[in-house]
Write a protein that binds this ligand. Structure first.
Ligand code: ADP
Ligand code: MG
Length: 466
């Protein structure tokens, strides 16, 4: 893949990735977020995607970029990263709501009425985004890192009076904030259908506000929100820094709190770390109960894998679960994605889930966690390990004592970094990419046939990864 090359294959790949995304995320998310994205070409192992606003960019980055990368590298093994740029002149000046409103939302973006809400106020319900049926308390696996947030969420969902106001949930990406919020909403709708629950993302809140501004209809906008018994806003970090919406949010917030309505918020940071938020709003945000979701532990990840495997109805050997729980550590969404991919493969192609299958199928996911390793480190470690000179990594010497370690280092560079074959070749004394391919195959072959050799390579891998 050459620098900047677009080519028809890129467009075809993007087309296929889009179809997969549509399937995975559903029609409405697809139309709002995926379809408006434009493919802008490749650059050095990265896919360039273009969107029309900063807002879209942030949203696509937090919600779709990981999945796009994973799917795309399934299409094209050279793809290692996904970059999202804003590509529209004067796209997002949020100080100017008129301009923003005319750019966004994407054509079909609308707050979808929730069909499952029964009897509630039509206006309030039509503001609410749909809830995911899988995101219930029952389906949430509780462990040390999230037990406090879980308990707080349950308390809010189960009490008729307002106990903690607001409940502020925060934690890193994919740790279960949205899941818990939906769980609260489901539970309240189940227990007290007459209470009006409005759940929406902060960016939906902004869109509605901007639209109301444009239509000179802010009064009814406010009324709609203020008629909610429970207002839940997800990802409030998106509200940071946008003055007019922040102001509006603050007023809505105060009005609801003063009327004794429950508010539940989530963000990726604690209120005190939401830098762009004004002091007044910050102190209101911290005035209730702040509960954080800590990064998952190995045990929790295992528990989640157990639960998900059962839900999917697939047999996953303990070894594979442990392997995944060790290797995919940052984000529950990726962990789930890994399991889904394994089980889809077994359903479509047959066979059983095994360590080997996990290695092959999840290559991209696993490698994404190893991005820090550089070719320099690899060469150095391997040279030390085999007690050869570092310069022999790029020398022309072909005796086995240096050629084999060199091949191993090439193999590891392919496995552990996002470098392309030609780049690897260049780093090893300007060798051709076919030499690298040969080295990779050779090492794989030796690993398959020679246990001691395989252990050696595994050991090096682990050393480099740690
Ligand atoms: P966040 O909103 O914090 O980015 P999500 O709530 O969207 O994260 O969670 C990402 C995915 O991981 C969801 O599919 C969710 O169901 C799942 N998940 C996260 N934590 C848990 C948990 N403790 N138990 C079960 N599933 C979880
Ligand atoms: Mg979320």
């Amino acid at each position: 893949m050459k620098r900047g090359e677009v080519g028809s294959s890129g467009h075809a790949e993007w087309h296929r990735v889009k179809l997969r995304l549509k399937h995975e995320f559903g029609e409405s998310a697809y139309k709002s977020w995926v379809n408006p994205i434009e493919f802008g070409g490749f650059n050095d192992g990265a896919v360039n995607l273009k969107v029309s606003t900063r807002f879209m960019r942030d949203w696509v980055l937090t919600h779709y970029a990981d999945r796009i990368r994973a799917l795309w590298s399934g299409e094209n093994a050279d793809v290692r990263r996904v970059l999202v740029d804003v590509d529209a002149p004067g796209a997002t000046k949020l100080a100017d709501p008129e301009a923003q409103a005319s750019q966004t939302p994407p054509p079909t973006h609308r707050l979808v009425a929730n069909t499952t809400a029964s009897g509630g106020d039509v206006l309030a319900d039509s503001l609410s985004a749909p809830l995911d049926a899988r995101y219930t308390f029952d389906n949430f696996v509780v462990g040390k890192p999230n037990e406090f947030a879980y308990a707080a969420a349950q308390r809010v969902a189960d009490s008729d009076d307002v106990s903690f106001n607001p409940l502020f949930l925060y934690g890193g990406v994919g740790l279960g904030k949205t899941h818990l919020m939906h769980a609260i909403a489901w539970q309240i709708r189940l227990r007290s259908p007459q209470r009006r629950v409005v759940y929406l993302s902060a960016e939906n809140f902004m869109y509605s506000f901007v639209r109301a501004l444009r239509n000179h209809d802010t009064v009814s906008f406010k009324e709609q929100f203020r008629s909610a018994d429970v207002l839940m806003i997800d990802d409030v970090q998106f509200i940071s820094g946008k003055d007019s919406t922040q102001e509006e949010f603050f007023h809505t917030f105060n009005a609801l709190v003063d009327q004794g309505r429950q508010i539940v918020l989530s963000a990726d940071k604690s209120p005190s770390d939401l830098e762009e938020i004004g002091d007044r709003l910050r102190s209101r945000l911290s005035s209730g109960l702040v509960a954080d979701l800590h990064p998952t532990t190995f045990e929790l990840r295992l528990g989640i894998l157990d639960a998900k495997a059962e839900q999917l109805g697939v047999m996953v050997p303990q070894k594979v679960k442990e392997f995944l729980a060790h290797r995919i550590t940052s984000n529950v969404r990726e962990l789930e994605g890994a399991l889904t991919r394994l089980s889809a493969n077994v359903q479509l192609v047959g066979g059983e889930i095994s360590l080997e299958l996990a290695h092959t199928l999840l290559h991209d996911l696993l490698r994404a966690h190893d991005r820090r390793v550089t070719m320099d480190e690899i060469q150095k470690r391997v040279a030390e390990h085999f007690q050869i000179r570092l310069s022999d990594m790029s020398s022309a010497r072909r005796s086995r004592t240096v050629a084999r370690p060199r091949q191993i280092a090439m193999y590891l560079s392919k496995q552990l970094t996002s470098r392309s074959l030609p780049e690897i070749g260049r780093a090893f004394g300007g060798r051709d990419h076919t030499t690298v391919i040969h080295a990779v195959r050779k090492v794989e072959e030796l690993m398959a046939g020679d246990v001691a050799f395989a252990e050696d390579v595994d050991l090096l891998t682990r050393m480099l990864e740690s």
